[in-house]
Design a protein around this ligand. Sequence first.
Ligand code: SF4
Ligand code: FES
Length: 327
Amino acid sequence: MKVTIDGIQIEVPKGTTILQAARMIGPEVAPPAMCYYSSLKTSGGYCRTCIVKVTQGSSANPSPIPKPVASCRTEVMDGMVVENNINAELLEARKGVVEFLLINHPLDCPVCDQAGECKLQDLGYGHGSAATRFEFKRREYEAIDIGDKIKLHMNRCILCYRCVKVAEQITDNRVHGVISRGDSSEISTYIENIIDNDFSGNVIDVCPVGALTDKTFRFKQRVWFTKPVDAHRNCDKCSGKTRVWLKGEEVVRVTARKDQWDEVEEFICNSCRYDYKKTSDWVIEGPSPIHRNSVISQNHYQHLNELKLQALKQQNALGFMPLDKKP
Ligand code: SF4
Ligand code: FES
């Protein structure tokens, strides 16, 4: 099936969605996605940030689709022509979607642990308006504990359902979900059941905002002061392949590794996430690739590599034997 997105043509297998096809071309044409998650079945279709304009339905039926469509839920037809970043009207419509997502979201980024890696911050920066037109009171909830390791700040939730899908598909028993409808919808654990499944911590990693945060990391560090490294350990519950976030020698948190779309590569177990907080617990593989235009990736390793290079040059010039090679 041939599809053209922002003037770039690509051939994709039948059943591919517009969003998947756009990601195959690359980030320059891929629409943002706040609820779709490739490893979670039936995700997508909730947030509408991934809308695109279909200017030609297919070669067989070249008429356009009159309204923007959710690209994560719309399959490609042969000969389809799609516009994303090159369509000013569409970008204006996406601005409206972002405005709706931000209607109830508090501006508490300075105290939110997700700041620096929040998809809503990125979305607001890339596609939002500078000011809000919302004059009414925002929804407010008390922050509650979901188990002893996870904090839920419902004020920040954008109801993307990713955590619900994780609980449904990755853990054995889902004990939380979205209750009520419309403006009253909220994530709830029903009678405050705790999530004690081995893989429950993954809800933190899939949450695109700071609604679900790791209590062992809360208020410890701003992420841009930490250095993420890929590391592994032998684990009998998961692959043991994680991202360990260091502040100096201290392990401030452990998360799953994420790909260039900010999606978890392999879900990790709670033991790896919460119980191994010493560098000696891990085999460090090296600096994590941070694929996004993120504050986290700014200057960290460039600076480290330069220092390392300088140190090596000095050692060679002085004939030093590296410390780890000394008898
Ligand atoms: S808590 Fe986070 S992951 Fe769950 S629905 Fe809300 S925003 Fe999505
Ligand atoms: S990513 Fe498509 S609707 Fe949310």
